[in-house]
Design a protein around this ligand. Sequence first.
Ligand SMILES: [Zn+2]
Length: 78
Amino acid sequence: MSADEETPEIDDEPVPCTVCRGTGTLISNLGGSPSDVECAWCEGTGVFLPEHDAQAAKRAAQGEGEPAADTAAEPAPE
Ligand SMILES: [Zn+2]
């Protein structure tokens, strides 16, 4: 018996992703027209991923090969 668990409230039941309501799909209005996109928070599974980093997934989708330098093309302030 190992009662040394950090999260005793954890359940085996999958938790529906609250961002997409368990559908795995989000409606993106980018560009002016709505389109279905895969939910980055659950990777389209519809199940909440506690340890998932949606920001990291986004960065990977935008260009994984780019150097991690802060060289964003920002317009120089006047
Ligand atoms: Zn989701």
